[in-house]
Design a protein around this ligand. Structure first.
Ligand code: IMP
Length: 195
């Protein structure tokens, strides 16, 4: 069956989207072009650092799946992928303060170079949990790449190795990030307009 729906410019989605989410409008925070350019830069940096190695990229579901897919296709090194599923938000727009492991990795990461791929770091709770979980398995190294660092006040006793963009402390959607599991397919990154 053919799909006869014309492609929609994401910038034009403001009206239909806003009617679904309590009348709140969205505004573009990062365009597709800005995102794609930065993802290419991150892929280049990572390829450079892991030249001659074969790291395993672990995507944090669900939010990182689009970023991960774009990132790995821009690498010029060998790599493997796996996924882990974590819940910290439920259907809310604020962290619940607890992290639950919903799906563990399948790969053996002992003696492997591990790169965790996150969509966004906010409070830092999720990355802390992930780091501890990974270190239990005795990897050679654990690095973090996140497309977005939301909150510069995220309190971490380790650094995030690769950050795509620092963004203001606002709830964002698109490019894999959701509100109540929706809007992940938008190519750009949007924030709900503050009233
Ligand atoms: P943290 O544990 O507080 O750092 O939150 C990380 C997780 O919360 C991310 O992986 C996202 O799933 C989710 N999250 C944080 N901020 C946002 C947002 O603005 N939009 C959508 N999801 C978010």
């Amino acid at each position: 069956m053919e799909c006869d729906v014309a492609p929609v410019d994401p910038q034009e989605l403001t009206v239909p989207v806003s009617s679904q989410f309590g009348g709140q409008a969205l505004e573009v925070l990062l365009t597709q072009e800005q995102i794609q350019q930065r993802v290419a830069e991150l892929a280049e940096e990572i390829s450079h650092r892991y030249q001659g190695k074969c790291p395993i990229f672990i995507g944090v579901l669900n939010g990182s799946f689009i970023f991960m897919a774009d990132l790995v296709r821009k690498l010029d090194i060998d790599f493997e992928v796996d996924f882990i599923k974590i819940s910290s938000y439920g259907s809310e727009t604020a962290s619940t303060g607890t992290v639950r492991l919903l799906k563990d990795i399948s790969a053996n990461i002992t003696d492997r170079e591990v790169i965790i791929v996150e969509d966004i770091v906010d409070t830092g709770l999720t990355v802390k949990f992930l780091r501890n979980r990974m270190l239990e398995a005795g990897p050679t190294s654990v690095a973090f790449v996140t497309l977005l660092l939301k909150n510069e006040i995220a309190i971490l006793d380790f650094s995030i190795d690769y950050v795509g963009f620092n963004i203001p402390d606002r709830f964002v959607v698109g490019y894999g990030l959701d509100v109540d599991q929706k809007l992940r397919g938008l190519g750009s990154l949007y924030a709900f307009k503050e009233s």
